[in-house]
Design a protein around this ligand. Structure first.
Ligand code: MLT
Length: 333
């Protein structure tokens, strides 16, 4: 602990675990993964670590710790920022509290297709968010998992319109934009860490939550949730982050290898989503989940949040103009 404190006070950027050079005989990294093995986070992490091993002729090994074993997702951002953790894969909504401008990616109904998600993460907008996250949170995004739209699940009843939410206790991440979205739909949601969510649902502390089909499946939420509503308010993006201090210790060659492996793992993630999501959805139905489409083509869901939530967060995401530019880029203005 003394060492850690010294490091922070002195502002020294030496990571506790993973310093290595490209020519080192062996180097081990640790990677936290918020979800259980089997989902899009796992697929990104596994692909990235295999690529790193291959590209460095086996010199780099990355140990993967799924299912929140290294702490809840928001804590892994802090740990990486101070160099106690090398990598983490987590949902972007759990990065937003440390780097408010990435809230752009969780503004409800901005991303309306997987292609929109690619356009925003891999173009100029994405690069700006990567730079802001290094500046604000001390972590660098080097890859993305594309996980699909977050659908609403609950254990009580079919939900078609925001009205139906009344009386339900819905878990949300500690993310102001998502909290405000449920408030705009007429309920006060319960912020809860991701690592506590399965137990919260199982014990009835909360009745429902939202996450993509692939995540619902990987986390076995079908065992504690019956009803699904296909709202499409947020497309789930799950970055692979590296501690910026760890990144800066690497040789230029190793940094390049990390960025290349991240890009290839990202491309794989997109293909994996396309191949997997509809199969998983059918499997969840076969396991007893009941799927409801939102009423009126999702009209009330969309109108309530775009009018009440967007204006509240203009300043934190970098101004209304920023959102307008993004909507224009996506061909919607
Ligand atoms: C959350 O709901 O906190 C996250 O989106 C879950 C995840 O990382 O899959």
């Amino acid at each position: 602990m003394k060492l850690i404190k010294n490091k922070i006070i002195a502002g020294v950027t030496i990571a506790a675990t993973a310093a290595f050079s490209y020519t080192a005989s062996a180097a081990n990294f640790k990677m936290a993964i918020g979800d259980a093995a089997g989902g899009t986070q796992w697929e990104l992490a596994k692909t990235f670590s295999e690529l790193m091993e291959k590209k460095t002729d086996g010199k780099v090994k990355i140990d993967l710790f799924p299912n929140g074993q290294l702490g809840n997702e928001q804590d892994t951002v802090n740990d990486a920022a101070i160099g106690l953790l090398d990598f983490s894969v987590l949902a972007i909504n759990n990065v937003t509290p440390f780097s408010p401008t990435v809230g752009l990616l969780t503004m409800p109904y901005v991303i309306q297709s997987p292609e929109d998600a690619v356009l925003l993460t891999q173009g100029q907008v994405g690069q700006e968010l990567v730079d802001n996250t290094i500046r604000d949170a001390g972590v660098r995004i080097v890859g993305w998992a594309y996980s699909g739209f977050r659908v609403l699940t609950n254990s009580k009843k079919p939900i078609a319109s925001p009205e139906d939410l009344k009386g339900l206790v819905i878990r949300v991440p500690r993310n102001e934009i998502m909290i405000a979205s449920y408030q705009a739909w007429g309920v006060n949601p319960t912020p809860m860490a991701w690592s506590e969510t399965f137990t919260g649902l199982q014990q009835g502390v909360v009745d429902g939550q939202d996450n993509p089909y692939i995540t619902v499946y990987a986390m076995k939420f079908n065992e504690v949730q019956k009803y699904v509503t296909n709202i499409r308010y947020i497309f789930s993006l799950e970055p692979l982050i590296i501690s910026e201090s760890v990144f800066q210790q690497q040789s230029p060659e190793m940094q390049k290898t990390i960025l290349e492996a991240g890009k290839e793992a990202t491309d794989h993630s997109f293909a994996y989503l396309e191949e997997t999501e509809s199969k998983i959805r059918k499997d969840l139905q076969a396991k007893g989940m009941v799927i409801t489409e939102p009423a009126n083509g999702e009209k009330e869901w969309i109108e309530n949040v775009t009018t009440a939530v967007w204006p509240k967060f203009y300043s934190s995401i970098g101004g209304k103009e920023k959102l307008d530019n993004v909507l224009e880029l996506l061909g919607r203005q």
